[in-house]
Structures are given as structure tokens and as C-alpha cells.
Write a protein that binds this ligand. Structure first.
Ligand code: FES
Length: 122
């Protein structure tokens, strides 16, 4: 079954590439028409949050992954990847969180908006 079949069968679970391409200690951005999602592999636990910093328009995927937190590359706010919580100012608003699962070696992110067409890497 390829990723297109998964999308049709699973509705809003969106293919996000191969698990093997996201080793522990790494993160990746998935781009969509209406949202960008950051997926991180934290010691084997897969976590996903909105990729855009809530302070200004910065991609957190360009920041630094440090344990269960990501540091914004622009002004340094840290966010908890488990619950999206903004830990440091200047960001004061938490990030949205997304469910992640693995199906036959492929990452899938749950897009709450079925119209969101996230683009996964190959
Ligand atoms: S843009 Fe992220 S802390 Fe300012």
C-alpha cells in the first residue's frame, strides 16, 4: 500500500515520510497549504507541534532541538514538544500539538482540518 492509498483510507492521517529518515535527536518540517508541522524524534518518541513560532513568523524546524524542547531560531523562545507549552518569552502563546503514528515504517500526522494538504517528503 503506498502513501496515497493510506491518505484515502485513513482520511485525515497524512503521510509524513519514512521513519528511518527521522532518527532519534532529529526533527523535520512538513509543509501544508494552511499549516506547517514540526515532527521530532525524541529518543524514539515521536512528537509533533505547529512549526511556526507563536511570537513571529519563524520556522522552529530551523531552531535547535534540545531534549523535549525546541528553541526558536529568531529570538530564542523554547517550546515543550510534548504539550506545545511556551517556556520562555518573548513567545507567550503555546503551540498546537498533533498526533503522530507509524504505519508500516511511514510517519503519519493527524491533520485536524481535512482540507489541509500537508506535503510529505518522499
Ligand atoms: S520568532 Fe520565535 S521567539 Fe521570536
Amino acid at each position: 500500500m503506498d502513501s496515497d492509498e493510506l491518505k484515502r483510507e485513513e482520511g485525515s492521517w497524512i503521510d509524513a515520510g519514512r521513519l528511518d529518515d527521522l532518527p532519534p535527536g532529529s526533527m523535520r518540517r512538513i509543509d501544508g497549504a494552511s499549516q506547517r508541522v514540526l515532527i521530532a524524534n525524541v529518543s524514539g518518541t515521536l512528537l509533533a507541534v505547529a512549526d511556526t513560532c507563536t511570537h513571529e513568523d519563524a520556522s522552529l524546524s530551523m531552531g535547535v532541538l534540545d531534549g523535549e524542547t525546541v528553541r526558536c531560531p529568531l529570538h530564542g523562545s523554547r517550546f515543550c514538544l510534548r504539550d506545545g507549552r511556551a517556556i520562555d518569552e518573548p513567545a507567550e502563546v503555546d503551540l498546537a500539538c498533533f498526533a503522530v503514528r507509524v504505519v508500516r515504517g511511514r510517519l503519519q500526522v493527524y491533520a485536524p482540518n481535512p482540507e489541509a494538504s500537508l506535503t510529505a517528503p518522499n
